[in-house]
Design a protein around this ligand. Structure first.
Ligand SMILES: Cc1cc2nc3c(=O)[nH]c(=O)nc-3n(C[C@H](O)[C@H](O)[C@H](O)COP(=O)(O)O)c2cc1C
Length: 257
């Protein structure tokens, strides 16, 4: 079992940083699938890949209050809560793997609060690297893999994945999927009408087919996300001279070192 670091300051420029975010307020099925994805991500190349697991459980991430002060204070959010901790990890990472439960056919509120605030504050944060008046976001080129599961079948899994893919694109990052046929646009599972936080884990031990598919697709997401990010990093290094002419790549180039 590869080591999965659980820490806040974990940047080592020589390694690819994979950040797993469990978007559930409990230690349940989302965390279970996330651990499976992270294990496979790290196994792509244990010497070059470092995984950090973060859970929103017990964290306070409030909603954006639309003050737009972040635009004038270099992207710093006025609200001080656990947003800053997760944002800092998010910014450092080369790969993000979201593993979230379906809530009301979409993403859970706390995850939505995080991505709303992330999106808006990044405009202010990066404004200084562009010419005045340009409302741009840099090409961050993080690879983002998405894993979702709900209690029911066809009960919002695709909407939730689409929400997360849209977030990925807006953040100038790259969505990755697993392999066909398990994973069309991300990993989507269901707990066979069971609200137990350990539902998928138990079903897997019983060799339940749907639980096996959920686990397999989460594993594929982790593997493909790490592979793609290593390719992007290598491409960034080989094209560094050309890319450094355009400020839009500055945060990406700074990140890969
Ligand atoms: C407020 C709330 C809304 C939910 N809405 C949905 C839903 O729309 N579709 C669905 O399939 N499951 C829904 N669920 C069930 C969870 O997605 C499901 O129990 C999931 O396995 C929980 O993941 P976790 O164990 O990581 O917390 C909802 C649960 C809660 C608490």
């Amino acid at each position: 079992m590869p080591q999965i670091l659980k820490g806040r300051d974990c940047r080592d420029m020589s390694k690819l940083l994979v950040l797993g975010i469990s978007g559930s307020p409990r230690k349940g099925n989302s965390q279970f699938l996330l651990d499976k994805a992270l294990e496979k991500a790290r196994n792509v190349d244990p010497d070059s890949v470092k995984c950090v697991s973060y859970s929103i459980r017990g964290k306070k991430i409030g909603p954006c209050i639309s003050c737009f002060r972040c635009a004038d204070q270099e992207g710093e959010c006025t609200i001080k809560d656990d947003f800053q901790e997760l944002r800092d990890l998010w910014l450092k990472a080369d790969v993000i793997i979201y593993s979230v439960p379906v809530y009301h056919m979409g993403i859970p509120g706390q995850v939505k609060c995080f991505i709303d605030r992330l999106g808006n504050t990044l405009f202010g944060r990066y404004r200084g690297i562009f010419d005045p008046g340009e409302d741009k976001l840099p090409k961050l080129l993080k690879v983002v893999g998405n894993v979702v599961q709900g209690v029911h079948l066809c009960a919002g899994q695709e909407h939730t994945l689409t929400n997360l893919i849209n977030h990925t694109l807006v953040m100038q990052c790259i969505p990755v999927t697993g392999d066909m046929w398990h994973s069309y646009i991300g990993a989507g599972g269901w707990t066979s009408n069971n609200i137990d936080p350990k539902a998928l884990e138990k079903q897997l031990t019983e060799n339940n087919y749907d639980a096996r598919i959920a686990v397999k697709s989460a594993q594929d997401i982790g593997k493909r996300a790490a592979e793609l990010a290593l390719l992007i990093r290598a491409g960034g290094h080989s094209r560094k001279r050309e890319l450094s002419q355009d400020p839009i790549y500055k945060p990406f180039l700074d990140r890969i070192g």
